[in-house]
Design a binder for this molecule. Structure first.
Ligand SMILES: Cc1cc2nc3c(=O)[nH]c(=O)nc-3n(C[C@H](O)[C@H](O)[C@H](O)COP(=O)(O)OP(=O)(O)OC[C@H]3O[C@@H](n4cnc5c(N)ncnc54)[C@H](O)[C@@H]3O)c2cc1C
Length: 461
């Protein structure tokens, strides 16, 4: 189907812009973080207003085009781009407004942490976000959000207090504790299933400096250092968030990077001292620095590497699992990528299932096999490594559900359901049936509407 004439018409009706395959900028605009994903949409609608989003959604449905929604383009599944369809690109909606007095931020639907953090830090405020700046604020929040301040202030979505959503029928809906509270519950983990968020509102907390950076361990000490990380976070105060990444270097020596982020008042808490004195430490980059510097410790190049991630939330990290993961990391005989351990101690445990849809806050760790490579000839082997490593983690997962933010597109619906639990999943399906009864927004970790769903207006009769 040729859309040429229709694209002109679409352009006339948008405040933003339309990018077609023949336009300069098309190649850059269709690129996503994961170089494994290489898709060619028929049209990219760069939306500048909620009205533009409604127009683009209407155009796609009238033309029978698949819809993809693009925030920061980080989702490993590549859900932000589709072959032959329409991409709603939110990169013109990157304004972040901060009310320092009310400790509130309003983030545009396409903003990234590179927009958000400097804007809130100008008032000495933060919300717990992602650890790589170019990740989309909305995409990350809608799936949960784990980062350097998780122990202190909870998941990103725990700090979400309001939203402006454009649903596929073009209607703009606001959600907050007082208005459409059920939608707000669903947005806390349920992803981009209910509409396109043109704005999300966040609660902010005072913070300027942290004790953070990276601790690097190498060689035989890595086993003990990883055990130390596990033991430290188990007894850690909530002033210390901590993540760890296991890999091998080019000479196949084990490498562990631990990223603590301490915001308490002690000069050096016992837990940080314990990490610094663990065996195998070869580089101690931990120091007092600004929160913005902490947000750069995991900087990552965009669109250069191929990625396939798979993991599980676990209730523990026993020695047996650590040993298994160490041997799987060296087994390929070349660096396969890495294994990420995100601790969920502290503030996530303050809230319960009534707060939001996500189902993982009671887990101890999110453990993810993150295959990363460049040579396309390694695709099969790398994907197999991630799948097999995840299968080795699964026995320690209470539910079998993974983190929707890290899932690839090939995860079965059972795994998406398990990520929420049956009860929350049914509640999400009811919301989906109201806001997107025809499943227009299905390029995501999909929550299908209930059979025979008729939509919001009809629902309210
Ligand atoms: C390098 C890297 C680092 C990461 N770091 C973290 C981290 O520290 N913590 C963490 O929790 N996760 C992290 N993630 C995972 C990340 O949160 C998810 O992949 C998230 O989906 C990315 O959002 P995005 O907007 O960048 O992605 P996109 O690919 O643009 O969007 C993904 C999907 O999110 C939905 N979406 C995005 N924006 C909107 C919107 N405005 N309205 C409605 N739906 C929307 C859509 O369904 C879209 O298809 C990371 C991923 C990568 C690749």
């Amino acid at each position: 189907m040729s859309l040429d004439g229709n694209l002109d018409e679409l352009q006339q009706s948008l405040a933003g812009s339309v990018i077609g395959p023949a336009d300069a900028g098309y190649e850059a605009a269709r690129r996503c973080f994961n170089a494994l994903v290489d898709r060619r949409p028929a049209v990219i609608a760069r939306c500048a207003t909620p009205g533009d989003v409604a127009t683009a959604l209407d155009f796609a449905q009238a033309q029978g085009l698949d819809v993809a929604v693009r925030g920061g383009g980080h989702n490993p599944a590549g859900h932000c781009v589709c072959d032959g369809g329409l991409v709603i690109d939110l990169s013109l909606l990157r304004t972040v407004e901060v009310d320092g007095h009310a400790r509130l931020a309003r983030a545009g639907g396409g903003s990234t942490w590179l927009d958000f953090d400097p804007a809130t830090q100008a008032s000495g405020l933060v919300t717990p976000g992602g650890v790589v700046g170019s990740t989309g604020v909305c995409g990350l929040t809608l799936g949960g959000g784990i980062g350097h301040l998780t122990a202190q202030h909870g998941l990103t979505c725990d700090n979400l207090i309001g939203a402006e959503i454009v649903s596929p029928n073009g209607e703009v809906t606001h959600a907050s504790a007082d208005e459409n509270a059920e939608l707000l519950w669903g947005l806390r983990g349920g992803g981009g299933n209910f509409g396109v968020a043109t704005r999300l509102d966040f609660r902010l907390h005072p913070l300027r400096r942290v004790v953070g950076g990276l601790l690097t361990y190498r060689g035989a000490g890595v086993r003990e250092a990883l055990r130390r990380f596990r033991d430290v976070v188990a007894r850690s105060p909530r002033a210390l968030s901590c993540q760890a990444g296991l890999a091998v270097d080019e000479s196949l020596e084990l490498l562990l990077v631990v990223a603590p982020c301490y915001t308490g008042s002690a000069d050096e808490p016992d837990e940080l001292r314990a990490l610094r004195s663990a065996p195998g430490l070869v580089d101690d980059g931990v120091r007092s620095h600004s929160f913005l510097e902490q947000q750069r410790v995991f900087d990552s190049s965009y669109g250069e590497n191929r990625h396939y991630w798979k993991g599980h939330f676990t209730s523990e990290l026993p020695d047996e699992l650590i040993d298994e993961l160490l041997s799987r990391t060296v087994a390929p005989g070349r660096p396969p990528g890495g294994i990420l351990f995100e601790s969920l101690h502290g503030a996530p445990k303050d809230l319960d299932a009534a707060t939001g849809a996500l189902g993982f806050r009671q887990a101890a760790f999110n453990v993810s096999a993150q295959a990363t490579w460049q040579d396309a000839r390694l695709d099969e082997e790398q994907i197999a490594w991630a799948r097999e490593t995840a299968a080795a983690i699964e026995p320690w997962s209470p539910s079998g559900g993974g983190y929707v933010n890290y899932m690839q597109a090939d995860e079965p619906v059972e795994r998406v359901r398990a990520a929420f639990g049956a009860e929350a999943f049914e509640r999400l399906q009811a919301l989906k049936s109201r806001f997107d009864p025809n499943n227009v927004l299905r390029r995501n970790q999909n929550i299908a509407p209930l059979p025979g769903a008729v939509g919001k207006e009809e629902h309210h009769g």
